[in-house]
Ligand binder design. Structure first.
Ligand code: PAF
Length: 283
């Protein structure tokens, strides 16, 4: 049976309330479409935590900067719907921009602190767009549990903070990053890579793994970060926005010396050709 699709908040809420009245737990997986195995793993994880799973596909204009890829972002709703259905999703919420941001829309959600460094610097306004749309989506769907990929680790931490700060009654679950065999994190934007760039792209994850090995051997954080940046430059990456080791929860700066006792995460963002790639790993 084809996956049911709703386009209005009213229709979404009617279905979710019916499930809740029947005593069913509802899981939610927000996406921007162009789905790949990583997204489907989120749906499957949501399925293990709820009887019903709703996914949303909405390419959110407010989280793209003026010179970013909003227009070029791949869109294929029929394909997304087939994939979601095969992964065990029960309902697709695919609103229009007008449904999400009607005339007169005036509210922006800002999460201070954790949204400020890294992509907060490299993509001004990005996390305000994310926090605003995720607040709306969670209020619209009112799920019991929502699953987000660790691939967008800073986004995940911003959403965790937002949900705590605004007392939203939803459990946030982070799902491990799905990777290709050579380690490249799966991303809808990998579709922009040429075959040659696709080979080079795996260096991003390798450089992070090398940095982690250095740190586990007692090496200095500043030296490990600098070596990763040099490795990426040598591999042919263009602009390198950051390769940084940070506190795994609040993303505050660690270093410059060896790792202390705090759980750490290495995060990287770099441009290859016209594609901006991001990745992160636990240290
Ligand atoms: O991670 C994404 O795909 C988006 O940032 C999200 C969470 C769906 C908000 O638009």
């Amino acid at each position: 049976m084809p996956l049911p699709i709703v386009r209005t908040v009213a229709d979404l809420r009617a279905q979710v309330s019916a499930w809740k009245r029947a005593g069913e737990r509802v899981g939610f997986v927000p996406t921007m479409g162009a789905l790949h195995e990583g997204h489907l793993s989120l749906v499957r994880l949501a399925r293990t935590k709820a009887q019903r799973v709703v996914a949303s596909v909405f390419v959110n204009p407010t989280q793209f900067g003026p010179n970013e890829d909003f227009d070029a972002y791949p869109r294929d709703e029929a394909r997304d719907a087939r994939l979601l259905e095969s992964a065990g999703c029960d309902l697709l919420f695919a609103p229009t921009v007008g449904e999400m941001y009607p005339r007169g829309f005036s509210t922006t959600v800002t999460v201070a602190g954790v949204s400020e460094p890294l992509d907060g610097q490299a993509r001004p306004g990005h996390f305000q767009g994310v926090a605003t749309v995720v607040s709306k989506l969670l209020n619209q769907a009112q799920p019991d549990v929502a699953v987000f990929g660790e691939k967008d680790y800073q986004q995940l931490q911003v959403i965790r903070r937002l949900v705590r700060d605004l007392d939203m009654p939803v459990e946030i679950v982070g799902a491990p990053t799905a990777r290709a065999e050579d380690g490249l994190a799966l991303s809808s934007r990998n579709a922009y890579l040429t075959p040659e760039e696709r080979q080079t792209a795996a260096r991003l994850n390798q450089a992070m793994r090398e940095a982690i090995a250095t740190l586990r051997d007692g090496g200095r954080i500043d030296a490990a970060e600098a070596a990763a940046v040099e490795a990426l430059k040598a591999a042919g990456f263009g602009r390198i926005d950051y390769v940084e080791v940070r506190d795994a929860e609040d993303l505050s700066r660690l270093g410059p010396g060896p790792l202390g006792g705090r759980p750490a995460r290495i995060l990287a963002a770099a441009v290859l050709g016209r594609t901006r790639l991001i990745d992160n790993m636990a240290v």
